[in-house]
Design a binder for this molecule. Structure first.
Ligand code: ADP
Ligand code: NA
Length: 352
């Protein structure tokens, strides 16, 4: 089978928040000890919508600082930015020619991001999931830890891998480039070039919601600053935002089932669970029956305890952009050393 390998990425679009941390970055840290791991700052994704150039540079360093501050060790994992490894763009073009219009037409994130003015959305925003497939498959990555919002894009990655494997099955075999398929089916040949990647979407924090609206996901682009806890917030800002978080008037239930129909309570309990490494059931065993006036201060103390050291580290790292850029340069070299041979194979497979 395929060598296990992790790939994931975060866009340098500013306003890194608790959802990015709990749904993605914090989960990258233990994985670096389990398998070879590659963590990317996906700047080519960011520019699918307008980015001020100086702000893009700043935000690229900020995401890198967040990776390092959260505990990703550049001696263990590869940390780099996407635009520095040209294989991403090259494989994305090939996948533009593998993926079907109909597949992309079904992507809900494009519909949300493009909004009503679809005619004016960039072509890149539409093709974004093909670039994401290229990010993952340029390393033949087998595991991708992400938040719930990326589920549909990962399914597309699997579809692209499968179509490539099927379309070129004879060539892959002739050139001796196939890897035995761990799960052959009528749709999936017994030798593969690209793995069928496993999404890792699990735990209590796969979808952290806005603190102001329990029906919307916490997001970088929400105009309300109170809707999210940013990774760079200080203790005062964190406790103010938790205090002002929207809730209902009921006490916390004593069982997880009791959170149904109470999205704000569910969200805050999920955040507490993720920050403390416990399950929601364990959190409710402790706080069930308590009012938010008791739970919120406990939550904000916990958030401060977990996030303040990261914010301090980020500030220290950002003060030395030369060091951050050196980490990214070194990471890009190591990433290219893996991706370039894959593109070499892909060119031979396709007849270039
Ligand atoms: P955003 O969606 O905030 O613009 P990205 O697209 O860069 O951020 O996503 C980076 C990672 O953070 C992805 O794995 C994504 O699934 C995860 N993520 C983003 N928002 C949330 C959220 N509200 N809850 C959990 N995970 C999230
Ligand atoms: Na996202």
């Amino acid at each position: 089978g395929f060598e296990p390998r992790v790939f994931s990425g975060v866009q340098p679009t500013g306003n890194l928040h608790l959802g990015n941390y709990l749904g993605a970055i914090s989960r990258f840290v233990p994985l670096q000890d389990e398998m070879p791991s590659i963590y990317c700052v996906v700047d080519l994704h960011a520019v699918t919508v307008w980015q001020e150039p100086a702000e893009l540079t700043r935000a690229t360093r900020e995401v890198t600082a967040a990776y390092l501050a959260a505990g990703i060790d550049p001696k263990k994992a590869i940390i780099f930015n996407q635009s520095q490894v040209k294989e991403h763009a090259e494989l994305a073009w090939i996948f533009n020619c593998i993926a079907r219009m109909g597949w992309l037409n079904r992507m809900t994130q494009f519909k949300e991001k493009a909004g009503k003015n679809r005619e004016n959305a960039s072509v890149g925003l539409f093709a974004y999931p093909n670039l994401m497939a290229a990010d993952i498959l340029a390393y033949r990555a087998t595991h991708v830890p992400v938040g719930d919002d990326q589920k549909q894009h990962l399914e597309l990655t699997r579809d692209i891998a499968q179509k490539f494997n099927n379309d070129f099955v004879e060539r892959i075999r002739e050139l001796g480039l196939g890897i035995p398929n761990p799960e052959p089916t009528p749709e999936s040949p017994d030798e593969l070039y690209f793995p069928i990647t496993e999404p890792m979407i699990a735990g209590p924090a796969t979808r952290i919601m806005s603190l102001r609206d329990g029906t919307k996901k916490m997001s970088k682009s929400d105009p309300s600053d109170l809707s999210r806890i940013n990774l760079t917030d200080d203790a005062e800002a964190i406790s103010r935002k938790v205090r002002k978080a929207k809730t209902d008037p009921e006490a916390l239930p004593s069982e997880v089932m009791g959170l149904e129909g109470r999205p704000e309570a569910d969200n805050l309990v999920g955040i507490y669970a993720a920050l403390s490494g416990r399950t929601k059931a364990e959190v409710l065993a402790e706080y069930g029956g308590q009012q938010f006036s008791v739970f919120k201060p406990a939550l904000s103390d916990l958030a401060v305890e977990r996030l303040a050291p990261i914010a301090d580290n980020m500030r220290r790292l950002i003060a030395d952009p030369g060091h951050i850029d050196a980490v990214l340069r070194d990471g890009a070299e190591r990433a290219a050393a893996i991706a370039a041979p894959v593109l070499h194979d892909v060119r031979r497979i396709m007849g270039f």
